[in-house]
Design a protein. Structure first.
Length: 295
């Protein structure tokens, strides 16, 4: 198994490279100076030079607010580059493992989303994510699309980062009690990806779309309360009150209200159990405190 990792500096790519190192799995993770994923010629050169058996695409445009202001850039990264990547993988008979998002859904459903639920993205970012999936299905037979809920880590902007930064700076922090998701650590996503890759490498013919997130859904406000308890051990938090603001009262772009995913299919197919996120949170908060990063 030779793995090509795209998006090495992101949350998932960083943790995936660490895990591949620990397991002694051969991989190559080009940085941006070596590969611009929006450059078809560079992508082809990289693929032909390295000859991977599996490509993991963890690179993505992820800012929902900025996406509304620069849709062409968002679609270039999330859809067009993925379409070219899928073509390259198909031409070389290479497996494509692609990290996707709950944002392909509108969040109106009350229960966790299954792989069979109809998609209906809201906004540019969600639409670009869905169209990336469509391009992969049309162009690359040997693919795994892995949809994820709220990904958190000590790197890059994410829900945990945003909450901690606000709690350090402000006495009052606005959170939503009606936005539900499953905080899933980037290291947990990496674990799932490697488990899938190893089974595929052993001959499993299980192409398609799968959902994965940690167990125990939580509201943004509920998550914020737990973050306060953990972060207060390391920071002098300024926050004294969480202001509950329902999503309808918020101005600007609104994310899907329900980001929870049903993970039965990935369990039945690969034997991958969803793990709770609470036990992993203290370590992430500690890492965030001890190794501040400007990513």
């Amino acid at each position: 198994m030779k793995v090509l990792v795209l998006g090495k500096t992101g949350q998932i790519g960083h943790e995936l490279c660490k895990l591949l190192d620990n397991k002694g799995i051969t991989y190559h993770a080009p940085d941006r100076s070596e590969l611009d994923i929006c450059d078809a010629v560079q992508l082809q050169t990289c693929m032909e030079h390295y000859q991977p058996t599996i490509v993991v695409n963890a690179a993505a445009y992820n800012n929902p607010v900025m996406a509304e202001n620069e849709p062409s850039r968002c679609f270039a990264v999330n859809r067009d580059a993925v379409a070219e990547l899928a073509d390259q993988c198909s031409r070389m008979d290479t497996i494509l493992l692609h990290a996707s998002s709950y944002r392909v859904f509108d969040g109106e459903k009350q229960e966790p989303y299954t792989e069979k639920d109809p998609t209906n993205p809201v906004g540019v970012l969600g639409t670009s994510r869905l169209q990336a999936e469509q391009q992969i299905r049309e162009r690359c037979p040997k693919h795994i699309i892995l949809r994820l809920s709220w990904v958190i880590s000590d790197r890059r902007p994410n829900l945990l980062h945003r909450l901690v930064e606000q709690m350090v700076k402000h006495r009052e922090v606005y959170v939503t009690p009606d936005q539900l998701g499953c905080p899933t650590t980037a290291s947990e996503v990496a674990r799932v990806m490697v488990a899938i890759m190893q089974q595929i490498d052993c001959g499993a013919d299980t192409w398609g779309t799968y959902h994965y997130c940690s167990s125990e859904p939580v509201s943004e406000s509920g998550f914020a309360e737990i973050v306060i308890a953990e972060a207060s051990q390391f920071w002098e938090l300024k926050v004294r009150k969480l202001i509950m603001a329902k999503m309808d009262s918020r101005e600007g772009f609104k994310p899907p209200a329900n980001a929870t995913l049903e993970c039965t299919k990935v369990l039945n197919t690969f034997g991958i159990h969803a793990r709770p996120w609470r036990s992993a949170l203290p370590e992430i908060v500690r890492q965030h405190y001890e190794e501040p990063k400007d990513h």
